[in-house]
Design a protein around this ligand. Structure first.
Ligand SMILES: [Zn+2]
Length: 177
């Protein structure tokens, strides 16, 4: 997404800030009331971004957005006044869970011995599966394999978590107080 450093909110006439959000997948129906409110009260809240084809190819889960803090406050207020939770930004906890899920965490795998990472780096996948199986008796092999793939994404995972923690939409909740 191209960022314009001089972009301003058309409603509040303040410079837009840079942040990042979790990319939403699939199609959503906002409903007329929300669309009207968005147009009039918070056009640049920027709590969400939808997947483009470019993102699909890159296995991306977070993307940069430009937003207006006044719009974000207005949207939080609107949600509260309308007893709506549908378009509230995710909490940090929810966002982190979504990121882990995106990279394929297997929640049946509870224990990951430290040596697993060395085996993965050395590309000794069979040994890694065996070790993971010993540490998680009863978990099926396909789940163990899939969790190893998840562990293989550790750099991308850490990057996505870091981006969200420092500039994610949950910060609007702190702004509100
Ligand atoms: Zn605004």
């Amino acid at each position: 997404m191209r960022q314009d450093p001089n972009a301003c909110c058309p409603l509040h006439a303040v410079p837009l800030r840079e942040g990042c959000v979790i990319i939403s997948f699939g199609t959503y129906s906002f409903g007329d009331a929300f669309i009207q409110a968005q147009r009039h009260f918070f056009p640049k809240a920027g709590f969400f971004a939808w997947q483009s084809y470019a993102m699909q190819a890159e296995n991306k889960i977070v993307c940069p957005v430009q937003y207006c803090s006044a719009c974000r406050r207005a949207q939080l207020l609107w949600e509260k006044e309308n007893s709506s939770v549908t378009w509230l930004p995710p909490t940090l906890e929810d966002a982190e869970r979504t990121i882990h899920d995106h990279f394929g965490i297997e929640r049946s795998v509870h224990s990951v011995p430290a040596e697993i990472h060395d085996l993965l780096r050395a590309n000794k996948l069979l040994a890694a599966v065996k070790l993971l199986q010993q540490a998680n008796p009863g978990v099926e092999i396909p789940r163990l394999r899939s969790h190893l793939r998840y562990l293989g994404y550790s750099a991308e995972l850490e990057q996505a978590l870091q981006a969200i923690r420092t500039s994610g939409p949950h910060l609007a909740y702190a702004d509100e107080r």
